[in-house]
Design a protein around this ligand. Structure first.
Ligand code: NAP
Ligand code: MN
Length: 267
């Protein structure tokens, strides 16, 4: 089996990376940067997001696992204490795989250039660096509302504990194939009126955002931002691809939610 380790870059994560790399190679696993079967991220959820995007072209072939060197993460849910056990389990492959849904975003321009297709593990946010954004929201091809405000966040179930949660969105179990739309400070008056509540769309229900002409806006996908001009539409739906996690023990989603947000005294 071929593996690759991505470290957050701090001293502790780098040390764990080199220990794991050495042990796994001693077990005759092959270190492969290009075509790994397993990608191990060492750091935080942010490190895991980077690892995911680095290998997003081969999601059907690569499984991921995260070790956290700071606080407990949602993707980085293994502790450095578990390292020894984890190395042995990885060396014993094959491993079990758990899959989570992803968000697909397609950006189409007004000027006929090629469309841009992105995948998000956490969310995509449409916002602006100045003033407010205005766009029509269509669901399944039908006009739903005209939004004006700071922006809209469209998140995956596993991303529902991230930015979405801070916006008052619901936490969705990742076995549910859905995307969630949450508003960022919508302006409600006699001209602009929005639903106000988070919306949860099932698989195959497409949401189309059509920005006002000639306005540029920011698209934040997970940990990176891009500016777009002259956009005709932004289409969001549950992606056909899924992210695959290598699983070596149980750590149910609701336990991770509890340990991260509710239980006291957790690291
Ligand atoms: P960051 O500013 O370090 O991330 C903010 C926090 O969100 C960090 O504590 C990060 O964990 C955590 N996080 C990331 N994914 C999560 C998930 N699925 N569930 C629960 N918490 C999660 O930036 P980053 O590390 O590059 O991560 C980017 C993500 O951070 C974005 O996708 C966005 O969802 C989230 N974010 C949230 C807020 C907010 O809640 N107000 C603000 C900015 C960004 P680690 O410390 O382990 O990396
Ligand atoms: Mn981070």
């Amino acid at each position: 089996m071929k593996f690759k380790i991505i470290s957050k870059g701090d001293k502790r994560s780098n040390k764990i990376k080199s220990t794991m790399k050495q042990y796994l190679m001693d077990f005759e696993l092959q270190y492969d940067r290009e075509e790994p079967d397993l990608v191990i991220s060492v750091g935080g959820d942010g490190t895991f997001l980077e690892a995911f995007h680095r290998y997003q072209e081969r999601l059907d072939k690569t499984a991921f696992i995260g070790v956290h060197t700071g606080h407990l993460g949602f993707y980085a849910d293994y502790t450095p204490d578990e390292l020894e056990k984890l190395i042995i389990e990885i060396a014993k492959t094959p491993f079990q795989v758990v899959e989570y849904p992803l968000l697909e975003v397609i950006i189409r321009g007004n000027t006929g250039e090629k469309e841009d297709r992105l995948l998000a593990l956490n969310e995509a946010m449409i916002k602006t660096s100045e003033g407010s954004v205005v766009f029509d929201v269509k669901i399944k091809g039908e006009h739903f509302e005209t939004f004006r405000g700071d922006g809209i966040c469209i998140s995956t179930p596993s991303g529902s504990t991230a930015y979405n949660k801070a916006l008052g969105g619901a936490i969705i179990h990742p076995s549910i194939e859905a995307i969630q739309l949450t508003e960022m400070a919508s302006i409600n008056n006699r001209v602009f009126r929005t639903i106000g509540s988070p919306l949860i769309l099932p698989k195959h229900h497409t949401c189309l955002l059509e920005p006002m002409k000639d306005k540029s806006f920011l698209l934040a996908v997970d940990h990176f931002n891009r500016t777009y001009n002259n956009v005709k539409s932004i289409q969001c739906r549950v992606a056909k691809e899924r992210v695959r996690f290598a699983r070596f023990r149980q750590f149910p989603f609701w336990n991770r939610v509890r340990d991260s947000f509710v239980a006291e005294g957790n690291q």
